[in-house]
Design a protein around this ligand. Sequence first.
Ligand code: ADP
Ligand code: MG
Length: 255
Amino acid sequence: MTTMPAQPSAQTPIAASDVMLELRHLSKRFGSTEVLHDIDLVVPRGSFTVFVGPSGCGKSTLLRLIAGLDAPSDGRILIDGRRVDTLPPAARGVSMVFQSYALYPHMTARRNIGFGLKIAGGSAADIEARVARVAGMLQIGSLLDRKPAELSGGQRQRVAIARAIVRDPKVFLFDEPLSNLDAALRAETRVELARMHADLGATMIHVTHDQVEAMTLADQLVVLNGGRIEQVGPPADLYRRPRSLFVARFLGSPQ
Ligand code: ADP
Ligand code: MG
């Protein structure tokens, strides 16, 4: 095995079997503007990886590429060892929760949660059982007959999370799912996301522009700036040993 000189944003290598998601030389252009530049990243199986960075740095674009909602201009995406960048979203084994929740307004919570399973051709009895199980887990069992307009912001967000869980994805993608909640509910939901991660043993990628949220949730923190990865590692390492002034300032490291 050859050893490579350490890159500024190089990650500690891990065994191939421990890798859930791999991004290689990923870039994205809109017209002549490149908004993601040569992104290389490994997301370990079962990790809680948080992408953090200021507004406009490319967090949502990166999640959309992973989810398959947008196509990369260059590079490749592998999930569980399989190249997925040419596959449609439904075939990638990912579930995404959006900032706006993106629930269907005319459907009850029950139908919103089960919709993806129905499209995939699940039986009514199986869908009902799986919806009931995740609704119990997120404590929304009594709200299943309501439509989104009859739910509070926090309840809608739980329905959106339930819809992601019920499909049993390999990778969860969360695009600022807490940013529309008030401070108390945000803190409560942070705890719940951490518990969900522990219970499901799932691989989670969570996007936020909030440093506190990033530091509390992440076991792997990815700091983005202007479409590039500034630094990757455990949050405490980045806080104590920031590699750039940007990371130090962004995480509020002592200087
Ligand atoms: P973040 O989620 O970190 O706030 P985004 O990924 O939404 O950032 O955006 C990154 C950059 O890409 C921004 O400059 C934004 O204006 C630009 N961008 C995002 N989507 C499009 C698009 N569909 N067309 C053109 N530019 C876009
Ligand atoms: Mg965004």
